[in-house]
Design a protein around this ligand. Structure first.
Ligand code: HEM
Length: 354
């Protein structure tokens, strides 16, 4: 990390942050791609809510006399929530590895991360969507009022700018002015990348669920905006509107093999590192929100869903080490979570055998 980046990204704003969320949906449709009928809330790949709150909660330790009551309280927290909402579970909520999704660990710090404990991890992650920031805040307060056994570990609110749908993909504009979402698969094809299925070696209750990664990434927007648009596009590997640097249209896939030395699309460009092989795009679905704090800090609440963390997020994150964009980013929080399938079957998985 350069001194420049440290001073820009660490400066002044490390106070515990309110930040922002993910797109959610209460609609539970059956999947045509996987045959699964019970997919979890949140796992809907259409346009997400324009605003979102993420609230990480800590609960009662295993063995506590009212733990079951607390878990039932959490399960019903969103039952009457009128808009889009969902829940995901953290590593620390599971009493034993026997029922935990096998890849669910505490999110490690990756090279360059400065994870703040006040913005990272949690027993559970509640996610509420809303049309407006103000009404969303009121909903958050209402939902939290019903969670007497839980305490807020961190929360963040986010929004999606220029939200639209193109070729079956939900798109938005990130704080670096670039179109996001084009690399996602169209429509319900996201299910194949994101949902746990029979035969994946996961506990039976987890089938239809998904591993969710949240990364609160602070962006050095002032530094970024000093670069020309052309420089920014070479760092990203796409034009701001999503078109590839070799002229391939935004919704098609570029063929980097015609540019082995990176003359057109530099070898350290974000999209080239993220997805070097156009025939094998990374098995994950991204859905991020922008955030902006009163202190002037802004960034991306990067979120992705996958059926396997090692081949999904972690493989991509490793490839992104040393990418040209890294000097403009600082990851300060987030966590690994698991979105359970619909219903309350997960509650039993969290109760210790009597
Ligand atoms: C704040 C940091 C980030 C910014 C500003 C950013 C921005 C972008 C943009 C503009 C695109 C091209 C359009 C699209 O396909 O959505 C993209 C693609 C992508 N990004 Fe990021 N991204 C960031 C962080 C990450 C992280 C942390 C990961 C995963 C570890 C990631 C994984 C990907 C993947 C897999 C693609 C699609 C590549 C493809 O299939 O063509 N990005 N990103």
């Amino acid at each position: 990390m350069t001194v420049n980046r440290r001073s820009v990204l660490l400066g002044g704003c490390l106070a515990a942050g309110l930040a922002g969320g993910v797109g959610l949906a209460t609609r539970l449709s059956s999947s045509t791609e996987t045959g699964l009928t019970e997919r979890g809330q949140l796992l809907d790949w259409g346009a997400p809510a324009p605003h979102q709150a993420l609230i990480a909660l800590d609960g009662l330790s295993p063995g506590h006399p009212v733990r079951e009551e607390a878990l039932r309280q959490l399960a019903s927290a969103l039952r009457y929530y009128p808009a889009q909402g969902g829940l995901a579970l953290g590593h620390s909520i599971f009493p034993s590895p026997a029922t935990r999704p096998r890849g669910l660990t505490l999110m490690p710090a990756f090279p360059g991360d400065v994870l703040e404990s006040t913005q990272t991890h949690g027993d559970a992650l509640l996610q509420l969507g809303g049309a407006k920031a103000g009404t969303l805040q009121a909903s958050v307060a209402q939902v939290l009022a019903g969670l007497s056994h839980w305490k807020v570990r961190w929360q963040i609110q986010g929004f999606r700018t220029d939200q639209r749908e193109t070729a079956g993909r939900a798109l938005a504009r990130n704080p670096f002015h670039f179109t996001e979402g084009l690399g996602n698969p169209p429509g319900t094809q996201g299910d194949l990348r994101a949902l746990v299925r029979d035969g994946h070696g996961e506990p039976a209750w987890a089938v239809g669920g998904s591993y969710q990664v949240v990364r609160t990434i602070r962006l050095a927007t002032t530094l970024w905006d000093r670069d020309t648009q052309e420089e920014q596009e070479r760092i990203m590997g796409r034009r701001r509107n999503g078109q590839w640097l070799d002229g391939t249209p935004a919704t098609a896939r570029a063929d980097f093999s015609a540019d082995p030395h990176g003359r057109t699309t530099p070898l350290d460009a974000h999209v080239r590192r993220a997805a070097p092989d156009p025939l094998n795009p990374p098995p994950l679905v991204r859905r991020s929100y922008n955030y902006e704090h009163a202190q002037g800090e802004s960034g991306l609440i990067f979120t992705c869903f996958q059926s396997d963390l090692a081949t999904g997020f972690e493989a991509v994150q490793k490839r992104l080490e040393g990418e040209a964009m890294s000097k403009y980013l600082l990851t300060v929080g987030g966590g690994y979570f698991f979105v359970p399938p619909a219903g309350e079957g997960w509650v039993d998985a969290l109760l210790e055998p009597r």
